[in-house]
Ligand binder design. Sequence first.
Ligand SMILES: [Zn+2]
Length: 176
Amino acid sequence: MSSLPPTSAEDARWLARCLELAREAAAADEVPVGAVLVVDGVVVGEGRNRVEERQSPFAHAEMEALQQAVQVLGAKRLPMATLYCTLEPCFLCAGAVLHARVRRVVFGARDPKFGAVRSLGSVLEDPRLNHRCEVLEGVEAEASAELLRAFFRGKRGGNGGAAGGGAGGGGSRVGS
Ligand SMILES: [Zn+2]
């Protein structure tokens, strides 16, 4: 039923799917971040980081999932949707979440270098905004963070160590 909040088992299940997408990103030599958008227990959008593939600083996992959902549903707003992602959304993606009126965001690890939800700001819960989002963090946080650490460990030596840790959905690699 759409009126019932998802259980934590459901949250963990969707985060596990996000982790699969993040692993796909890593396999394609992209910073491993994955995202899934769910409405009433059904996936309406999926995405992974494609900053390198698209050579676009905006090709974040969350953006891809949101854009897909907008297309699939033919709606410019997603008030019943929950966005799941492995990493704390950046300012770009948090802004997109607000514009799309997403109801809820569940993420894994914090991003101390780009996170706009808890780390560097609380964009989704600002009382001055006319839309606020329910936020849950820390689901599969360790697995999400370990994927990123492993990715950057692998990079180290290759390009002198890309920013180590804070992925920003790919943004932090720009300066590396
Ligand atoms: Zn982002």
